[in-house]
Design a protein around this ligand. Sequence first.
Ligand SMILES: Nc1nc2c(ncn2[C@@H]2O[C@H](COP(=O)(O)OP(=O)(O)OP(=O)(O)O)[C@@H](O)[C@H]2O)c(=O)[nH]1
Ligand SMILES: [Mg+2]
Length: 507
Amino acid sequence: MLFSRFGVVIGLVFLLPWLALIGLGGYWLWQHGWLYHAVGILSANFALVYALLHWCKKPNESLVFNPIDIQANPNWPDDANAARAELEPINARWQTETDVLTNPSKALALTNEVLTKIARHFHRDSPYPVLEFPLPDLLKLVALVCNDIQHEVLDNIPGSHAFKVGDFLRAKQAVDTLNKFKSLFNVGNWLFNWPGAAMAKARGILFSKGVNTVANEISQRLIRAYIDKLGYYAIELYSEQISLDDSLPTERISPYSGEDIDKIAERGQQQEPLRLLVIGQVSSGKSSLINALFGEMKCAEGPLPTTSEITPYLLERDGLQQAIVLDTAGYGGLTHPQASTVLKTELKKVDVILMVCNAAQASRAADAGQLQVIRQYFQAECSNQALPVIIGVVTHIDRLRPAQEWLPPYNIQAPDNAKANNIQQACSVIANELDLPLNHIVPVCLAPNKSIYNIEDGLITLIQQEFKAMQRVYYLRCLRLQQAESYWQHWRKQALQAGQAVLKVKI
Ligand SMILES: Nc1nc2c(ncn2[C@@H]2O[C@H](COP(=O)(O)OP(=O)(O)OP(=O)(O)O)[C@@H](O)[C@H]2O)c(=O)[nH]1
Ligand SMILES: [Mg+2]
């Protein structure tokens, strides 16, 4: 009970004379005709005090915070999301541990568990997966908490960016494995525990608010946020997403796009353009597709093998990021002998592949084979980039039976005549043979004597819908290039500094 009976009696005895005084005072005011004035003054006074109190009141910082939602990075490579899913069981298990905030060794154990899980995911073959990162990359993460240590290391330890901690370990193993490992691990302990500092800080904040025992719910949310945040950084670290440069990787034009732009136009903007590669069998309609995209005759087209080398075109359209479209020589049939080899060198430089297929042509083996080469290439040789977005463009649909009929538009989703039905059939056969989702197949007509069909409504719309996926491929392509470039820049910078240091000593 909030108040005891005795307390209530004491309160009444204390209050009664005052209440009687208020009553008598009111009566006196009424007798003198002042009651309404007094009520008015009292109300105004009450309103004023209320307003002043409201104005003075400090904004109340709520202790019960919402679940902290740490989103996956949309630019991560495919593997990263699978790695993130592996954190779920850890999350579930640690939810019941209430003393992570107060027990530093538990925080460290949790930190190591998260890092090891993610490290193993990305470096399955390494004996020490948790050490498979370039030292400055981890320091960049630490820098999120303790600012600019990264530059100290980068600028003062020559070659540090090039070695993974695991490399140091392997090199020194021959001398004294155990001791070196121990000393390294002590360094590791300090490094690995950096997010633990965040936990301690969180606890400090709670204590400073007078919360001496951290409620279970708050503790659980903090642990979840901590695991998610640490997992996020660990994925960035072990999938080599961290760029040591301050600028965005897409902010600079790549050397190959620069060369392409120089061939076509004046260099205007300084951002890397999106790159679209148009591939397909000989005479499938690749050049016709590019002409249709530009709305003008950009490249030669014809019934015989026409395009003999990769040719760039600069596409600038409203609602679409500036793009370089690359026309290529066809493969299969009367092909140019080097076509496939040349094509392979382009794969990691593009974000979208438009595979052009002639609907009236029976053999799809060359296209399926080409796609297999592309998929294998990205899996085996280019796994740290993302497979470009692949769109199948089905041309010559006007030639499908009944061949004399061409009365667009056709309802391909729900065909209501023989022609529409045959177009739909052709699209699903091609989707099946190329192992592409049906909604990534666009039927078009590019016949020179007919009006262009389904480029704007079909192809451009699909490109816009796939913008997010394209941005991811684009970002990773630019990031890898930036990392490759900055690797050599750091060597140069360090060599210069080492030279200066030697000079200083000599002088
Ligand atoms: N009827 C019809 N003809 C088309 C269509 N698309 C392209 N063509 C014709 O097919 C022929 C080949 O087209 P191109 O655009 O030169 O084909 P390509 O793939 O660039 O050929 P190469 O560069 O030689 O590999 C040309 O005569 C085009 O006019 C279409 O949708 N319908
Ligand atoms: Mg061509």
